[in-house]
Design a binder for this molecule. Sequence first.
Ligand SMILES: Cc1cc2nc3c(=O)[nH]c(=O)nc-3n(C[C@H](O)[C@H](O)[C@H](O)COP(=O)(O)OP(=O)(O)OC[C@H]3O[C@@H](n4cnc5c(N)ncnc54)[C@H](O)[C@@H]3O)c2cc1C
Length: 472
Amino acid sequence: MARDGYGASVSTNEGLLAELRAAVGGDAVLTDPDVTDSYRRDMMPLAPHGAPLAVVLPSDAGQVQEVVRACAAARTPIVPRGAGSGLSGAANAIDGCVMLVTSRMNEIVEIDQDNRLAVVQPGVVNLDLRGAVEKHGLFYPPDPSSYDWCTIGGNLSTNAGGLCCVKYGVTTDSVLGLDVVLADGELLRTGRRTVKGVAGYDLTKLFIGSEGTLGVITQATLALRPLPQAPGTLVAAFSTIAAAGAAVSRIVREGVVPSLMEIMDAVSIAAVEAHLKTELGAGKGCAALLLCQSDSGGELARQELRAIEQVCTDAGADLVHSTFDPAEGAMLLAARRAVLTALEVYGAWMTDDVCVPRTRIAELITACERISAAVDLRVAVVGHAGDGNMHPTIVYDPTSADEFARANVAFNDILAAGLALGGTVTGEHGIGKIKRDWLEREVGPIAMRTHRAIKKALDPANLFNPGSMFAL
Ligand SMILES: Cc1cc2nc3c(=O)[nH]c(=O)nc-3n(C[C@H](O)[C@H](O)[C@H](O)COP(=O)(O)OP(=O)(O)OC[C@H]3O[C@@H](n4cnc5c(N)ncnc54)[C@H](O)[C@@H]3O)c2cc1C
């Protein structure tokens, strides 16, 4: 027996591997280090990661139950994993663990058009679900930028957000119920298929955002909406961050609810212009771009965009342009979506995820400019202005230990700046293995005690993702 870094005991016992093969089939238990290495970490370079004993690929809930029972008996920790697109290290391996990967649980079990719901396995890719329900005139709103490869299970477990949260909320706002395999191998059903329902504690919401620390989600019942209208798009350019921030505050105060409201700072704009070889205004003293959409359709959408246009003009925008041409709208949105790719030209990136009150976005961007100067690294700020969730992204040379260390300093300084502005250290990416100290700092000792009590009640042997989110 070996011990992992978090106090859970780890068995490297051949007996466990034999049990796992019996449970899921020999081809669904991977142990070749050349293969299992690719499951060691997610997309956050700062987060620690270990080497798994095995990667298992169950096909259904029954197999997950058997895997959980076998690992519990062997006292071997389990790290649930979807696509590994996470940005907090939450799906990173710990030494000697079993990585339970949901890629074979990718069935859309049911689309109920009359009750506007879908039942899905956790390994379904977000975009595949969106495409499938669209054929029935329905809409699954949560749209993380990684939607073409992240899974519904990962989205549920991080309570993922995206570009449309300003109008449609985050993942939890589209969930009716879950099936979860608990630490003793029992299958828990939470929630309901009805629009309303308040029986008992809201166990569904407890598991959403729990980052694989409380159980393995094996099925989800998701609420759908009617398909919205093709969006109209507005872009506004500002010569100061303060003016862009003022426009955001006023749009919120006016009560206009766009279906998307994104902000890009000058560093992001310049990177995208160079990458897409296009003009977005950065060359003409543009400090920030605001990108808004309305999917209300027809005259209502025109009214909403006119109201936003007026607010932007009053706030001092140098240029405001609206379009209902879908191709032009898609092109403008593509510029926003291209920021991270555009930054790769300058080096590796690590992205922060602070969410601040919408009235304080400008202050956060200004703080990022200060931090960027202090560490002498490029920091591009792009974010969901509609909900205050900003992604300051630090660019560094991955071959330079010094730059990596300075990027780490900037990452933490940005979290501190977000908290100081009355915000949170994570709007959507989660705590994972990089922000454990920050969770404690944000929520305080009483909330931490409550977290630990819940974890101990549901997972007394610390089987699931030990050491992620917080240490016991
Ligand atoms: C380019 C890029 C853009 C991104 N944009 C966004 C964005 O706009 N909004 C956003 O919110 N995130 C974004 N992300 C982060 C990431 O895509 C999300 O966190 C996503 O929800 C992770 O899904 P996944 O399938 O990759 O999960 P993983 O990274 O594999 O896992 C994430 C967490 O979920 C747990 N988990 C996975 N499946 C299960 C299960 N079945 N049961 C229990 N626990 C489980 C894991 O243990 C881990 O804690 C982005 C990432 C990248 C690389």
